[in-house]
Design a protein around this ligand. Structure first.
Ligand SMILES: [Zn+2]
Length: 439
Protein backbone atom coordinates (compact mmCIF):
# COMPACT_ATOMS: atom_id res chain seq x y z
CA UNK A 1 0.00 0.00 0.00
CA UNK A 2 1.64 3.19 -1.18
CA UNK A 3 1.53 6.38 0.81
CA UNK A 4 0.55 9.33 -1.36
CA UNK A 5 0.97 12.96 -0.42
CA UNK A 6 -2.76 13.25 0.19
CA UNK A 7 -2.74 10.34 2.66
CA UNK A 8 -3.80 11.35 6.13
CA UNK A 9 -1.46 8.88 7.83
CA UNK A 10 2.12 7.85 7.30
CA UNK A 11 1.35 4.32 8.54
CA UNK A 12 -2.39 3.80 8.34
CA UNK A 13 -2.30 0.28 9.72
CA UNK A 14 -0.32 1.22 12.83
CA UNK A 15 -2.08 4.53 13.43
CA UNK A 16 -5.58 3.03 13.31
CA UNK A 17 -5.11 -0.26 15.21
CA UNK A 18 -8.09 -1.15 17.41
CA UNK A 19 -7.61 -0.80 21.16
CA UNK A 20 -7.92 -4.60 21.44
CA UNK A 21 -5.14 -5.09 18.91
CA UNK A 22 -2.96 -2.59 20.77
CA UNK A 23 -3.62 -4.35 24.08
CA UNK A 24 -2.62 -7.72 22.62
CA UNK A 25 0.55 -6.28 21.09
CA UNK A 26 1.43 -4.55 24.36
CA UNK A 27 1.00 -7.79 26.31
CA UNK A 28 3.32 -9.66 23.93
CA UNK A 29 5.81 -6.79 23.74
CA UNK A 30 6.09 -6.35 27.50
CA UNK A 31 6.61 -10.12 27.96
CA UNK A 32 9.35 -10.13 25.36
CA UNK A 33 11.08 -7.17 26.99
CA UNK A 34 10.97 -8.83 30.42
CA UNK A 35 12.50 -12.02 29.01
CA UNK A 36 15.22 -9.97 27.34
CA UNK A 37 16.04 -7.99 30.47
CA UNK A 38 16.04 -10.99 32.82
CA UNK A 39 18.42 -12.92 30.58
CA UNK A 40 21.30 -10.66 31.66
CA UNK A 41 22.68 -8.69 34.58
CA UNK A 42 21.64 -5.06 34.33
CA UNK A 43 20.02 -2.36 36.41
CA UNK A 44 16.51 -3.60 35.65
CA UNK A 45 17.11 -7.30 36.29
CA UNK A 46 18.73 -6.38 39.61
CA UNK A 47 15.84 -4.08 40.55
CA UNK A 48 13.16 -6.61 39.62
CA UNK A 49 14.90 -9.34 41.61
CA UNK A 50 15.31 -7.02 44.59
CA UNK A 51 11.59 -6.18 44.45
CA UNK A 52 10.72 -9.89 44.36
CA UNK A 53 9.05 -9.64 40.95
CA UNK A 54 8.70 -12.92 39.08
CA UNK A 55 8.25 -12.07 35.37
CA UNK A 56 6.36 -15.36 34.96
CA UNK A 57 3.48 -13.70 36.84
CA UNK A 58 3.18 -10.99 34.20
CA UNK A 59 0.90 -11.69 31.24
CA UNK A 60 -0.89 -8.41 30.56
CA UNK A 61 -0.13 -4.67 30.68
CA UNK A 62 -2.29 -4.58 33.83
CA UNK A 63 -0.08 -7.22 35.53
CA UNK A 64 2.98 -5.29 34.41
CA UNK A 65 1.87 -1.99 35.92
CA UNK A 66 0.72 -3.70 39.13
CA UNK A 67 4.00 -5.56 39.73
CA UNK A 68 6.92 -3.70 38.15
CA UNK A 69 8.28 -0.80 40.23
CA UNK A 70 8.55 2.71 38.80
CA UNK A 71 12.00 3.92 37.70
CA UNK A 72 13.23 7.50 37.96
CA UNK A 73 16.18 9.28 36.43
CA UNK A 74 17.66 9.47 39.93
CA UNK A 75 17.53 5.65 40.13
CA UNK A 76 19.64 5.57 36.97
CA UNK A 77 22.07 8.17 38.33
CA UNK A 78 22.40 6.18 41.59
CA UNK A 79 23.21 3.05 39.57
CA UNK A 80 25.75 5.00 37.51
CA UNK A 81 27.42 6.00 40.78
CA UNK A 82 27.36 2.62 42.45
CA UNK A 83 28.46 0.59 39.41
CA UNK A 84 30.80 3.16 37.86
CA UNK A 85 29.14 2.47 34.50
CA UNK A 86 27.79 5.09 32.11
CA UNK A 87 24.93 2.81 31.05
CA UNK A 88 23.95 0.42 33.85
CA UNK A 89 20.63 -0.02 32.01
CA UNK A 90 22.39 -1.42 28.92
CA UNK A 91 20.85 -4.82 28.09
CA UNK A 92 22.86 -5.84 24.99
CA UNK A 93 26.59 -6.37 24.32
CA UNK A 94 28.38 -3.17 23.28
CA UNK A 95 29.02 -4.73 19.87
CA UNK A 96 25.29 -4.46 19.09
CA UNK A 97 25.15 -0.69 19.66
CA UNK A 98 24.65 1.38 16.50
CA UNK A 99 24.01 4.76 18.11
CA UNK A 100 24.52 6.13 21.61
CA UNK A 101 24.76 9.58 23.10
CA UNK A 102 24.03 11.82 26.06
CA UNK A 103 20.63 13.18 26.98
CA UNK A 104 20.37 16.92 26.50
CA UNK A 105 21.36 17.29 30.15
CA UNK A 106 19.22 20.28 31.02
CA UNK A 107 18.68 18.94 34.53
CA UNK A 108 21.69 17.68 36.47
CA UNK A 109 24.38 15.36 35.11
CA UNK A 110 23.93 13.73 31.71
CA UNK A 111 22.65 10.21 31.32
CA UNK A 112 23.20 8.14 28.18
CA UNK A 113 21.06 6.03 25.92
CA UNK A 114 21.90 3.51 23.23
CA UNK A 115 20.18 1.86 20.28
CA UNK A 116 20.53 -1.38 18.38
CA UNK A 117 19.84 -1.37 14.65
CA UNK A 118 16.29 -2.61 15.27
CA UNK A 119 15.71 0.01 18.02
CA UNK A 120 16.68 2.72 15.57
CA UNK A 121 14.52 1.39 12.79
CA UNK A 122 11.39 1.39 14.97
CA UNK A 123 12.08 4.78 16.51
CA UNK A 124 12.65 6.37 13.10
CA UNK A 125 9.38 4.88 11.83
CA UNK A 126 7.43 6.39 14.73
CA UNK A 127 8.98 9.82 14.23
CA UNK A 128 8.07 9.68 10.53
CA UNK A 129 4.41 9.38 11.62
CA UNK A 130 4.81 12.58 13.64
CA UNK A 131 6.38 14.48 10.77
CA UNK A 132 3.67 13.33 8.38
CA UNK A 133 0.96 14.42 10.85
CA UNK A 134 2.74 17.80 11.01
CA UNK A 135 2.43 18.23 7.24
CA UNK A 136 5.94 17.25 6.11
CA UNK A 137 5.81 15.69 2.63
CA UNK A 138 8.25 14.26 0.05
CA UNK A 139 10.37 16.92 -1.64
CA UNK A 140 9.87 19.46 1.10
CA UNK A 141 13.04 21.27 2.14
CA UNK A 142 13.45 20.78 5.88
CA UNK A 143 15.20 23.20 8.21
CA UNK A 144 15.96 21.18 11.30
CA UNK A 145 17.10 23.06 14.41
CA UNK A 146 18.03 20.72 17.19
CA UNK A 147 20.64 19.87 19.82
CA UNK A 148 23.32 18.34 17.59
CA UNK A 149 24.87 15.84 19.99
CA UNK A 150 21.72 14.07 21.22
CA UNK A 151 20.60 10.82 19.48
CA UNK A 152 17.37 12.62 18.58
CA UNK A 153 19.28 14.70 16.01
CA UNK A 154 20.14 11.55 14.05
CA UNK A 155 16.72 9.96 14.44
CA UNK A 156 14.68 12.98 13.37
CA UNK A 157 16.88 13.38 10.29
CA UNK A 158 16.52 9.74 9.28
CA UNK A 159 12.75 9.98 9.75
CA UNK A 160 12.59 12.92 7.33
CA UNK A 161 14.65 10.98 4.79
CA UNK A 162 12.28 8.04 5.13
CA UNK A 163 9.36 10.31 4.25
CA UNK A 164 11.18 11.37 1.11
CA UNK A 165 12.68 14.67 2.17
CA UNK A 166 16.02 14.86 0.39
CA UNK A 167 17.35 18.26 1.39
CA UNK A 168 17.77 18.74 5.13
CA UNK A 169 19.34 21.95 6.37
CA UNK A 170 20.75 21.23 9.77
CA UNK A 171 21.62 23.68 12.53
CA UNK A 172 21.94 23.76 16.30
CA UNK A 173 19.33 25.37 18.47
CA UNK A 174 20.45 28.16 20.75
CA UNK A 175 19.08 31.66 21.18
CA UNK A 176 22.36 33.38 20.30
CA UNK A 177 22.10 32.06 16.75
CA UNK A 178 18.64 33.40 15.87
CA UNK A 179 20.07 35.81 13.31
CA UNK A 180 21.82 32.98 11.51
CA UNK A 181 18.59 30.94 11.43
CA UNK A 182 16.72 33.95 9.99
CA UNK A 183 19.42 34.29 7.31
CA UNK A 184 19.11 30.61 6.41
CA UNK A 185 15.33 30.92 6.05
CA UNK A 186 15.65 33.98 3.84
CA UNK A 187 18.39 32.61 1.62
CA UNK A 188 17.82 28.85 1.39
CA UNK A 189 14.01 29.04 1.65
CA UNK A 190 13.09 25.85 3.53
CA UNK A 191 9.43 24.81 3.20
CA UNK A 192 9.08 23.00 6.53
CA UNK A 193 10.82 23.47 9.86
CA UNK A 194 11.31 21.75 13.15
CA UNK A 195 12.21 24.03 16.07
CA UNK A 196 11.23 25.15 19.56
CA UNK A 197 8.30 27.48 20.20
CA UNK A 198 10.45 30.29 21.56
CA UNK A 199 12.62 30.14 18.42
CA UNK A 200 9.57 30.39 16.16
CA UNK A 201 8.25 33.31 18.20
CA UNK A 202 11.58 35.03 18.03
CA UNK A 203 11.76 34.57 14.24
CA UNK A 204 8.24 36.00 13.80
CA UNK A 205 8.17 38.68 16.52
CA UNK A 206 7.73 41.63 14.13
CA UNK A 207 3.94 42.21 14.09
CA UNK A 208 4.14 43.58 10.52
CA UNK A 209 5.72 40.40 9.19
CA UNK A 210 3.34 38.42 6.95
CA UNK A 211 5.45 35.43 5.87
CA UNK A 212 8.29 33.28 7.04
CA UNK A 213 10.01 32.84 3.69
CA UNK A 214 8.59 29.83 1.83
CA UNK A 215 7.89 27.99 5.04
CA UNK A 216 4.37 26.57 5.39
CA UNK A 217 4.51 23.87 8.09
CA UNK A 218 6.39 23.98 11.38
CA UNK A 219 6.57 21.35 14.10
CA UNK A 220 7.33 22.96 17.45
CA UNK A 221 8.39 21.33 20.65
CA UNK A 222 9.34 22.41 24.12
CA UNK A 223 6.30 24.37 25.26
CA UNK A 224 2.54 24.56 25.13
CA UNK A 225 0.81 26.71 22.51
CA UNK A 226 -2.57 28.34 23.14
CA UNK A 227 -5.23 27.64 20.46
CA UNK A 228 -5.58 31.30 19.45
CA UNK A 229 -1.81 31.59 19.18
CA UNK A 230 -1.78 28.72 16.67
CA UNK A 231 -4.49 30.49 14.65
CA UNK A 232 -2.49 33.70 14.65
CA UNK A 233 0.45 31.90 13.05
CA UNK A 234 -2.00 30.64 10.42
CA UNK A 235 -3.77 33.91 9.73
CA UNK A 236 -0.83 36.31 9.84
CA UNK A 237 1.96 34.14 8.45
CA UNK A 238 0.22 31.31 6.58
CA UNK A 239 2.01 28.87 8.86
CA UNK A 240 0.48 25.60 9.99
CA UNK A 241 2.03 25.00 13.39
CA UNK A 242 1.82 21.55 14.94
CA UNK A 243 2.87 20.97 18.51
CA UNK A 244 4.40 17.80 19.85
CA UNK A 245 4.75 16.91 23.49
CA UNK A 246 6.85 14.23 25.07
CA UNK A 247 10.50 13.42 25.51
CA UNK A 248 13.21 14.08 23.01
CA UNK A 249 16.14 13.62 25.27
CA UNK A 250 15.36 10.29 26.96
CA UNK A 251 12.89 8.59 24.65
CA UNK A 252 12.86 10.30 21.27
CA UNK A 253 9.12 9.83 21.49
CA UNK A 254 6.30 12.29 21.32
CA UNK A 255 2.59 12.74 21.03
CA UNK A 256 1.51 14.89 18.11
CA UNK A 257 -1.46 17.10 17.32
CA UNK A 258 -3.66 16.03 14.40
CA UNK A 259 -5.76 18.31 12.17
CA UNK A 260 -8.52 18.26 14.82
CA UNK A 261 -6.25 20.11 17.29
CA UNK A 262 -7.82 18.44 20.28
CA UNK A 263 -4.96 16.98 22.25
CA UNK A 264 -1.79 15.21 21.10
CA UNK A 265 -2.02 11.59 19.89
CA UNK A 266 0.56 9.22 21.27
CA UNK A 267 2.18 7.56 18.29
CA UNK A 268 3.21 3.93 18.42
CA UNK A 269 1.31 2.42 21.32
CA UNK A 270 2.05 -0.98 19.79
CA UNK A 271 5.67 -0.28 20.79
CA UNK A 272 5.29 1.78 23.95
CA UNK A 273 3.13 1.56 27.08
CA UNK A 274 2.03 4.96 28.37
CA UNK A 275 0.54 5.36 31.85
CA UNK A 276 -0.73 8.37 33.76
CA UNK A 277 -0.18 7.91 37.50
CA UNK A 278 -0.70 9.88 40.66
CA UNK A 279 2.79 11.34 41.28
CA UNK A 280 2.49 10.81 45.04
CA UNK A 281 1.12 7.26 45.15
CA UNK A 282 2.26 5.88 41.77
CA UNK A 283 -1.24 4.47 41.25
CA UNK A 284 -3.11 4.99 37.97
CA UNK A 285 -5.40 8.03 37.90
CA UNK A 286 -8.93 7.89 36.54
CA UNK A 287 -9.18 8.84 32.86
CA UNK A 288 -9.37 12.60 32.54
CA UNK A 289 -7.53 13.27 35.78
CA UNK A 290 -4.15 15.00 35.88
CA UNK A 291 -1.16 12.77 36.56
CA UNK A 292 2.46 12.06 35.73
CA UNK A 293 3.31 10.32 32.45
CA UNK A 294 5.14 7.02 32.88
CA UNK A 295 6.64 5.33 29.82
CA UNK A 296 7.81 1.81 28.98
CA UNK A 297 9.37 1.68 25.50
CA UNK A 298 9.18 -2.08 25.25
CA UNK A 299 10.36 -2.20 21.65
CA UNK A 300 13.87 -1.20 22.72
CA UNK A 301 16.63 -3.71 23.45
CA UNK A 302 19.76 -1.63 24.16
CA UNK A 303 18.62 0.80 26.89
CA UNK A 304 14.89 0.36 27.42
CA UNK A 305 12.96 2.37 29.99
CA UNK A 306 10.87 0.36 32.44
CA UNK A 307 7.93 2.29 33.89
CA UNK A 308 10.04 5.41 33.62
CA UNK A 309 8.79 8.53 35.43
CA UNK A 310 8.88 11.51 33.07
CA UNK A 311 8.11 14.07 35.83
CA UNK A 312 5.72 15.76 33.39
CA UNK A 313 2.02 16.18 34.10
CA UNK A 314 -0.51 15.21 31.45
CA UNK A 315 -4.24 14.86 31.23
CA UNK A 316 -5.85 12.35 28.88
CA UNK A 317 -8.63 13.35 26.50
CA UNK A 318 -11.66 11.10 26.45
CA UNK A 319 -13.61 9.93 23.40
CA UNK A 320 -12.58 9.06 19.86
CA UNK A 321 -10.87 11.56 17.56
CA UNK A 322 -12.46 12.48 14.22
CA UNK A 323 -9.11 12.02 12.44
CA UNK A 324 -9.40 8.25 12.84
CA UNK A 325 -6.15 7.76 14.73
CA UNK A 326 -6.63 5.44 17.67
CA UNK A 327 -3.58 6.56 19.67
CA UNK A 328 -4.64 7.98 23.05
CA UNK A 329 -4.63 11.78 23.24
CA UNK A 330 -2.97 13.83 25.92
CA UNK A 331 -2.53 17.45 26.85
CA UNK A 332 0.84 18.29 28.35
CA UNK A 333 0.71 20.48 31.45
CA UNK A 334 4.46 20.71 32.04
CA UNK A 335 6.61 19.84 35.02
CA UNK A 336 4.82 19.20 38.30
CA UNK A 337 7.29 21.45 40.12
CA UNK A 338 6.90 24.22 37.53
CA UNK A 339 4.34 26.43 39.23
CA UNK A 340 4.11 29.46 41.47
CA UNK A 341 1.82 30.37 44.32
CA UNK A 342 0.04 33.65 43.71
CA UNK A 343 -2.83 35.06 45.73
CA UNK A 344 -3.32 31.66 47.36
CA UNK A 345 -3.56 29.82 44.03
CA UNK A 346 -1.15 27.48 42.30
CA UNK A 347 -0.56 28.78 38.79
CA UNK A 348 1.10 26.70 36.07
CA UNK A 349 2.69 28.13 32.90
CA UNK A 350 0.21 26.28 30.66
CA UNK A 351 -2.62 28.27 32.23
CA UNK A 352 -0.80 31.52 31.53
CA UNK A 353 -0.09 30.49 27.91
CA UNK A 354 -3.77 29.65 27.36
CA UNK A 355 -4.91 32.98 28.85
CA UNK A 356 -2.31 35.10 27.06
CA UNK A 357 -3.28 33.55 23.72
CA UNK A 358 -6.83 34.86 24.16
CA UNK A 359 -5.87 38.52 23.85
CA UNK A 360 -3.97 40.30 21.09
CA UNK A 361 -1.57 42.05 23.45
CA UNK A 362 -0.35 38.77 24.89
CA UNK A 363 -0.67 36.34 21.98
CA UNK A 364 2.47 34.51 20.87
CA UNK A 365 4.65 36.27 23.42
CA UNK A 366 7.27 34.42 25.42
CA UNK A 367 6.87 34.81 29.17
CA UNK A 368 8.10 33.76 32.60
CA UNK A 369 6.49 33.56 36.02
CA UNK A 370 8.57 34.97 38.86
CA UNK A 371 8.65 32.69 41.88
CA UNK A 372 9.09 34.77 45.03
CA UNK A 373 10.09 33.35 48.38
CA UNK A 374 6.59 33.66 49.76
CA UNK A 375 3.23 34.29 48.08
CA UNK A 376 3.36 37.98 47.08
CA UNK A 377 -0.45 37.99 46.77
CA UNK A 378 -0.33 38.41 42.99
CA UNK A 379 1.03 36.68 39.89
CA UNK A 380 4.30 38.34 38.89
CA UNK A 381 4.73 37.95 35.13
CA UNK A 382 7.47 38.96 32.68
CA UNK A 383 6.61 39.11 28.98
CA UNK A 384 9.05 39.55 26.11
CA UNK A 385 7.99 42.51 24.01
CA UNK A 386 11.07 43.65 22.16
CA UNK A 387 9.38 44.72 18.94
CA UNK A 388 7.03 47.43 20.20
CA UNK A 389 8.16 48.70 23.60
CA UNK A 390 6.22 51.92 22.99
CA UNK A 391 2.92 50.02 23.16
CA UNK A 392 3.76 49.63 26.86
CA UNK A 393 1.09 50.74 29.28
CA UNK A 394 -2.17 50.00 27.51
CA UNK A 395 -1.02 46.51 26.64
CA UNK A 396 0.23 45.85 30.16
CA UNK A 397 -3.09 46.91 31.63
CA UNK A 398 -5.09 44.84 29.12
CA UNK A 399 -3.08 41.73 29.98
CA UNK A 400 -3.27 42.33 33.73
CA UNK A 401 -7.05 42.71 33.60
CA UNK A 402 -7.65 39.70 31.36
CA UNK A 403 -5.33 37.34 33.21
CA UNK A 404 -6.65 38.53 36.56
CA UNK A 405 -10.15 37.46 35.51
CA UNK A 406 -9.00 34.19 33.96
CA UNK A 407 -6.70 33.07 36.75
CA UNK A 408 -8.59 34.46 39.71
CA UNK A 409 -5.71 36.42 41.19
CA UNK A 410 -4.20 39.87 40.84
CA UNK A 411 -1.54 39.99 38.10
CA UNK A 412 1.48 42.27 37.67
CA UNK A 413 3.03 42.38 34.20
CA UNK A 414 6.34 43.85 33.16
CA UNK A 415 7.54 43.87 29.54
CA UNK A 416 11.17 42.89 29.11
CA UNK A 417 13.58 42.62 26.18
CA UNK A 418 14.59 39.03 26.85
CA UNK A 419 14.27 36.17 29.31
CA UNK A 420 16.60 33.43 30.52
CA UNK A 421 16.80 30.36 28.31
CA UNK A 422 17.86 26.81 28.92
CA UNK A 423 18.95 25.45 25.56
CA UNK A 424 16.22 26.49 23.12
CA UNK A 425 13.53 26.84 25.79
CA UNK A 426 12.50 29.95 27.67
CA UNK A 427 12.54 29.25 31.39
CA UNK A 428 8.87 29.52 32.32
CA UNK A 429 9.49 29.92 36.05
CA UNK A 430 12.38 32.06 37.31
CA UNK A 431 13.66 33.12 40.71
CA UNK A 432 14.09 36.81 41.62
CA UNK A 433 17.83 36.50 40.86
CA UNK A 434 17.02 35.89 37.18
CA UNK A 435 14.34 38.57 36.97
CA UNK A 436 15.24 41.10 34.22
CA UNK A 437 12.86 43.66 35.79
CA UNK A 438 13.17 43.38 39.59
CA UNK A 439 11.72 45.92 42.03
ZN1 LIG B 1 -6.87 13.08 15.83
Amino acid sequence: MAVTITSRYWNEHAETLSRDQIHTMQAAGLRALLDHIMAGDNMYSRRLKAAGVDPADIHTPEDFTALVPLTSKDDLRDEMQSTGQAMPHLCVPRSEIRLAGPSAGTSGSSTFQAFTAADLDTNIEMIARIQWAGGFRPDDVLFLMTTPFAPWAHIVREAAKRIGINWIIFDDHVVQNINRYAGTIENLRPTVMHCGLSTLRSLTADPDQTRLGDCHHVIVSGAELGPEARLEFQNRLGLEVTTISGHGSDFNLFAVECDQHDGDHWIGEENVLVEIVNPDTGLPVARGEIGEMVITDFYRRATPHLRWRTEDLFVEKTGACACGRTGRRFTCLGRASNRVTAGGRHIHPYQVEASLAQIAAGRNKEFALVRHKGDPGFLDLRIVNAARPETGNTAVEAIETHLGQELGTRVRVRFVRELSMVGYKTLRVIGPEMDPAPD
